[in-house]
Design a protein around this ligand. Structure first.
Ligand code: T1G
Length: 709
């Protein structure tokens, strides 16, 4: 069945792209063949003097090349050819002797945007689902159908690099400001406007687009010297962001440079050559696996499909107006647009929390993600109280009070008394088992955990933790609500620390032990950022807060015994009044809340003498294997339902390096027996906390893996 239908409106051929049987339009090999045949027909059809390309999908223009198709390619030559053919197809649009107008509603991404760039005019709808971007670098690729050549020529070098090197998408309003689209219209008049534009181009010829950007662009975008400056700065930024672990952005930058400095033909050749290299590389393979795992999780409600329906959440209440509670409230209002009441014991804290929640909206307003009217409307959804007034109307209550079991039980009892029987209660606890919190609950079937990560408005993961008593309806409601908040949600087992803090704890403990041994703080952190983490373990302790970390460590030690025993580092730091970033004094010094460097006084405080010849490889080996070993143990206890959930949880929860695929992929790549041997060596050297988990020893014996491929 054809992917394209054509209807003549006067002398304008309206081509509708609607890939049969697919939720989105993708550029497959078959689609390319059909589209190129259609272009020839349109070229030769005397009745057609202009073309409009529109999508038949509800919220997608074109989602790009078919990721499944090119990941099936095995050789660089095949991948290079796929890119070359994509370039050829797109060029045939640009060279069609009749104007082509792209009428864009919904996701216009990757090859979809590259196709639109080759059209002669672009109109986008102002709908929130309309996003334009070249996300290829997020898949370890680069735009391989001419995007690296056309985008810089349309919007300027700096704006193009900003999109290509990050893979970020832009909404229609920003796209218009950039010159990426020529008009933005409401969805209802998109087709009519596109046909009118096509007729105008038929009459008046193609639009001339004077280069924009003012004086800065005159030098930085349009002179070789200026562009050299831009290339150098862009490369430095990429390396600072990626640590050199991700080849795609660097290859994309080089492809853009070649095209601008040596002409589009050279640029296209560089583009398909680089695409071929990247597409068969391990980093791209890993990032595509992360993409498909994330996509699959969008449809995974954590319960047997169809076994329960989610309840509608019209009103949310959050208990605890601290950093996390305010973040949850602000993100819920901003993303779900739900009426949200923030409650705390005293009004001063409520006021502070409302301020922090509103700041999330203000940040979006300043970044022009929302308009002033939207800002006012969303802000009006927020309210606060030092009493449970209004909780009787809440459909979901999220508790985010201090990590104290007795306090959490008290709040649960108060909330149950103030809410309806059908109200769902979620604790944002980071380590305390939910069944302990719910031990005296009147309605345990409504109680579960929703563990957000800090800062809530930025971190993409949510752990939903049901107990054995939690009703499936409560689970699916929490999962769907978390997804509407913009989170990737994994449903995890009700064991202390759940998944992310379970695997993080031995890693942080080991780092703390190293500091008491005198291993330089900066060397520890630099070693792990070089390995691919966004921040090092010691800096992470300061970020989380040493009091919070200490509380969590106590819970984990009580639950798992000496394997999770922490040294006395945190005790001594707290005794000295050091809380980390939050009070400007931790393992690091802070100036105006910015990290100023390690505080050497810490070594004295911990009774440690700095070691001069600490070995980064030994640091990496200890810390990585501490985490891998715990991941195996937690998997064996079914803390996660699959290796997919475990890897996605680590990547989105603690920034585990995505190019490595996650802790369980790392174990598969290294091989269980090699990991077990390394742990035996570490056990001999540092003690039984490194003893391989029984499940790992078994995997080593059986040659077991977590993934089939
Ligand atoms: N290829 C293959 N499958 C895709 C796909 C794609 N490009 N995009 C989506 N799908 C599938 C997805 O796996 C899911 O499948 C279903 O469509 C619905 O997706 C030459 C080489 C478009 C914003 O990176 O960001 O172009 O699970 O649940 O929430 O330079 O999908 O139903 O079987 O996510 O409405 C670049 C990736 C490709 C865009 C829609 N393009 N897709 O989100 O639906 S590389 C991308 C998305 C490229 C060129 C290069 C999102 C979406 P299933 P969904 P959604």
């Amino acid at each position: 069945m054809s992917a394209f239908t054509t209807e003549l409106h006067g002398q304008v051929a309206v081509v509708t792209f609607d890939l049969p049987g697919e939720p989105v339009n993708k550029l497959t090999a078959a689609v390319k063949v059909e589209f190129e045949a259609l272009l020839i027909r349109l070229r030769d059809d005397a009745d057609t003097r202009a073309v409009v390309l529109v999508s038949g999908k509800p919220n997608t223009f074109i989602a790009g090349a078919d990721i499944e198709e090119f990941t099936a390619l095995t050789t660089q030559a095949e991948a290079e050819r796929l890119s070359f053919e994509g370039q050829e197809m797109v060029s045939r649009v640009e060279t069609l002797p009749k104007p082509v107008v792209a009428a864009i509603h919904g996701a216009c991404l990757g090859g979809g945007l590259e196709l639109a760039l080759a059209c002669h005019y672009r109109i986008a709808t102002d709908h929130p689902k309309t996003q334009l971007g070249l996300p290829e670098v997020q898949l370890g690729l680069l735009p391989g159908a001419g995007g690296c050549q056309r985008l810089p020529r349309l919007v300027g070098l700096r704006a193009a690099l900003d999109m290509i090197l990050t893979g970020k998408s832009e909404r229609a309003a920003k796209a218009l400001r950039l010159g990426l689209v020529d008009e933005v219209v409401p969805r209802s008049i998109l087709l009519r406007t596109a046909i009118a534009a096509a007729e105008r181009l038929m009459r008046n010829g193609l639009p001339r687009r004077p280069p924009g950007g003012g004086l800065p662009a005159l030098f930085l975008d349009r002179t070789p010297a200026g562009r050299q400056l831009v290339y150098r700065r862009a490369k430095a930024q990429v390396l600072a962001r990626t640590g050199g672990h991700y080849p795609a952005p660097l290859a994309a930058l080089e492809t853009v440079r070649v095209g601008l400095e040596h002409g589009i033909t050279a640029g296209l050749a560089e583009e398909h050559h680089a695409f071929g290299q990247l597409a068969v590389g391990d980093v791209s393979r890993k990032l595509v696996q992360v993409f498909f795992a994330t996509t699959a999780l969008k449809k995974d409600d954590g319960i047997e499909a169809g076994s329960a329906s989610p309840r509608q959440i019209r009103r949310l209440a959050v208990v605890g107006a601290g950093f996390m509670g305010a973040g949850i409230a602000g993100t819920a209002v901003g993303n779900v647009e739900v009426d949200t009441r923030l409650k705390d014991a005293d009004l001063a804290r409520v006021g502070k929390g409302l301020g922090a929640a509103t700041a999330i909206l203000t940040n979006r307003l300043e970044r022009r993600r929302i308009t002033r009217p939207e800002y006012e409307r969303l802000g009006a959804l927020l309210s606060g109280s030092d009493a449970y007034a209004g909780f009787g109307r809440a459909d979901l209550v999220i508790e985010a009070v201090f990590e104290e079991l007795a306090l959490k039980r008290k709040v649960l009892a108060e909330v149950e008394a103030a809410t309806r029987p059908g109200t769902i209660y979620a604790s944002n606890t980071s380590t305390i088992p939910i069944h302990q919190i719910a031990a005296e609950a009147q309605r345990p079937e409504q109680v579960l955990g929703m563990h957000f990560f800090s800062p809530v408005e930025k971190m993409p993961l949510l752990e939903v933790i049901p107990t054995s008593a939690t009703a499936p309806e409560a689970i699916v409601t929490a999962v769907r609500f978390g997804r509407r908040m913009g989170k990737t949600v994994i449903v995890v087992g009700d064991r202390p620390g759940f998944w992310v803090n379970r695997i993080l704890s031995p890693y942080l403990n080991e780092a703390g032990l190293m500091v008491t041994e005198g291993v330089p703080i900066e060397l520890i952190d630099r070693t792990m950022t070089a390995w691919g983490f966004p921040v090092g373990p010691i800096a992470l302790l300061d970020e989380v807060g040493l009091d919070v970390a200490h509380k969590a460590a106590e819970t984990m030690h009580a639950a798992y015994g000496d394997r999770m025993k922490t040294g006395n580092a945190l005790d001594r730091m707290l005794a000295a009044g050091r809380l980390g970033r939050k009070n400007g004094r931790g393992f690091y010094r802070y100036r105006d809340r910015h990290k100023a460097g390690p505080d050497n006084a810490v070594y004295g405080l911990l009774g440690a003498r700095q070691v001069e010849d600490a070995n980064p490889d030994a640091i990496e080996r200890r810390l990585v294997h501490a985490m891998l070993n715990e991941a195996v143990a937690a998997c064996a206890e079914s803390v996660v339902r699959s290796a997919r959930d475990g890897d996605i949880g680590a990547i989105y929860g603690i920034g585990f390096p995505a190019f490595r695929g996650g802790p369980l992929r790392v174990i598969d790549d290294l091989g269980a027996s090699r990991v077990a041997s390394a742990l035996h060596e570490l056990e001999d050297q540092y003690g039984e906390r490194f003893r391989p988990a029984p499940a790992l020893a078994e995997m080593a014996r059986q040659g077991g893996r977590y993934y089939a491929t």
